[in-house]
Write a protein that binds this ligand. Structure first.
Ligand code: FAD
Ligand code: GLY
Length: 360
């Protein structure tokens, strides 16, 4: 069975990457359908902490990723405004704090790298840190202030993207599992669904996150992350006002007294179980630097699968076959990289130079 519509673009996967690409393609006049196996945002995107953190995610040997992350961070204010979630963008920076001397040594090295790369990051002593975040433990041994990092609530962005896609005339089909790619005349010609329906299109954008390997992005693997949602009880104040990280975990404040505590990084294949050990390690790590975390209500614990790649760089651009475009492998930074990926993919689909790179 084949549907009669022939789309310009078929996007496989309704996570933040697939939806952002689809919405941008629709905005540029292409006919677009997103095919999502479950519901929009049911993959890693709906679990993510939502940090927009080029500086505090920067690591040794990842200069290209850093450049992409910085470019994406610049796009976020306009992207959030266009989607109507500008007020949900928290641009209050992030602290990375040392729970002990070993951490402090590690963070000094990281700070050296950040300075070498010209990033905005300042070393603060324990007292200065506690002036910024009074809830921090008296034991913290110093840390980094990165004022340019930000955060956003991914569920709001996902809802806004679904709506924006609809407004631009794009389609979202949920409960549609793509089983394989169709080929004709030596190129990709669409996809075959599990229901045997064939959906025809000129280009297929593969945005299936951690599940992308089976459809043409062979090097993508799942990297499990567990995180907790906590909430202030009663009229108490939230124990932090900005993102606080350590070398082992992070805390992200959200509206309504909620706090996200993440995240484990585990090579466990496609297992998404929340484990006692994962929860224990996260709480232990958070309490080292923010003792009042123990007073919060534990609302829920979740796990998601990051789409990892061997070099931690996303795969964005032409795939191995004509008619296939990759938009996957965003690992720890898919929320941050969504607007940049959408620009790059739309540029690939239309032949236009991506606006994000204009003048570069
Ligand atoms: P997904 O959101 O996983 O979407 C892929 C979609 O494809 C899924 O909905 C899936 O159902 C669908 N799909 C798969 N196979 C098929 C098929 N055959 N047919 C149809 N549909 C299919 N990033 C940040 O930028 N900041 C953060 O703070 C952050 N925190 C994170 C915390 C955790 C615990 C985790 C796990 C991730 C975090 N990330 C963060 C990373 C971010 O979540 C991912 O990089 C991003 O969500 C990837 O988006 P995606 O759309 O590629 O994948
Ligand atoms: N970027 C945070 C995470 O992936 O856990």
């Amino acid at each position: 069975m084949s549907s009669s519509i022939h789309y310009d673009t078929i996007v496989v996967g309704g996570g933040v990457i697939g939806l952002a690409c689809a919405r941008e393609a629709a905005r540029r006049g292409l006919s677009v359908v997103v095919l999502e196996r479950e519901t929009a945002g049911s993959g890693a995107s709906g679990v993510a902490a939502g940090m927009l953190a080029p500086v505090t995610e920067a690591d040794f040997g990842e200069d290209r990723l850093l450049r992409m992350n910085l470019a994406a961070r610049e796009l976020w204010p306009a992207f959030a405004d266009e989607l109507g979630v500008g007020s949900a963008l928290r641009e209050d920076g992030a602290l990375v704090v040392a729970a002990d001397r070993d951490d402090a040594e590690e963070l000094r090295r990281l700070h050296g790298l950040q300075r070498e790369l010209g990033l905005e990051a300042q070393w603060l002593g324990p007292r200065a840190l506690r002036r910024v975040e009074p809830g921090l433990s008296t034991r913290v041994a110093g840390g980094i202030d990165a004022p340019g990092d930000a955060s956003v609530e991914p569920s709001l962005v996902l809802d806004a993207l679904v709506e924006a896609l609809r407004v631009e005339g794009g389609e979202l089909r949920e409960d549609e599992s793509v089983e394989g790619l169709l080929r004709a005349d030596g190129r990709i010609a669409g996809v075959r669904l599990e229901s045997s329906e064939e959906v025809r299109g000129r280009t297929v954008v593969l945005a299936a996150g951690a599940w992308s390997a089976e459809l043409g992005a062979g090097s993508v693997r799942p990297v499990k992350g567990q995180l907790l949602e906590l909430r202030v009880r009663g009229a108490r104040a939230a124990p932090l006002s900005r993102v606080v990280r350590t070398p082992r975990c992070y805390l992200v404040p959200r509206d309504g007294g909620r706090v996200i505590l993440g995240a484990t990084v585990e090579e466990q294949g496609f297992d998404k179980a929340v484990t006692a050990d994962g929860v224990f390690r996260l709480l232990e790590c958070a309490r080292e630097v923010l003792p009042d975390v123990g007073e919060l209500e534990l609302v829920r614990a979740r796990a998601g699968l990051r789409p990892g790649t061997p070099d931690n760089l996303p795969l964005v651009g032409p795939g191995a076959e004509e008619g296939l475009v990759l938009a996957t492998g965003h690992h720890r930074n898919g929320v941050l990289l969504a607007p940049l990926t959408a620009e790059l993919v739309a540029g690939e689909l239309t032949g236009e130079r991506p606006r994000a790179l204009a003048g570069a």
